[in-house]
Design a protein around this ligand. Structure first.
Ligand code: ZN
Length: 160
């Protein structure tokens, strides 16, 4: 028996479900990204919580997002390492277009390509229990390419 026959794909651990976050993770299993919207004051929040941090209302409803946003900041995580992840992890804070800021990761991204302000959209990574969790991937739109070209044109005449 070769060593390769012992290699198994190690998947991400499943999220820990609580009464507060159950709606969030159930939506993720279905490929949807939701945040909480307060029925009392209309503010939107993430992560899920039992009471609104602004008006203390317990009436929180899930709001389905488009899954798009902008990277507010990022960090490259090297340690401690877990076999379920590839390192460095590109950990990102994403400002969703609906408002809330969400902590996630961009597992398919070259760490050197991470940028503050880059446009991203949600994707889903499988977990050990057959579920999935939200992660993000870059959006390379025609608009973004055009804006990049405009920046190069004004900032560097040698740019292609
Ligand atoms: Zn509220």
């Amino acid at each position: 028996m070769s060593q390769l026959e012992h290699v198994v794909e190690v998947l991400r651990p499943a999220p820990v479900i609580t009464p507060d976050n159950e709606l969030y993770w159930a939506a993720a299993r279905e490929g949807r990204l939701v945040v909480q919207e307060c029925a009392g004051c209309g503010e939107r929040h993430h992560p899920p919580r039992p009471l609104c941090p602004d008006c203390h209302s317990p009436d929180q409803v899930p709001l389905e997002t488009a899954g798009t946003g902008t990277v507010y900041s990022y960090s490259l995580l090297h340690h401690p390492q877990n076999a379920a992840f590839e390192y460095p992890i590109v950990a990102v804070l994403v400002d969703l277009d609906e408002g809330p800021r969400i902590l996630s990761a961009m597992p398919g991204l070259d760490p050197g390509a991470a940028r503050i302000g880059m446009r991203v959209r949600v994707a889903f990574a499988p977990t050990r229990d057959g579920g999935q969790v939200p992660v993000f991937e870059p959006i390379f739109s025609a608009t973004a390419l055009h804006e990049g070209a405009a920046t190069n044109a004004t900032g560097n005449e040698d740019a292609p």
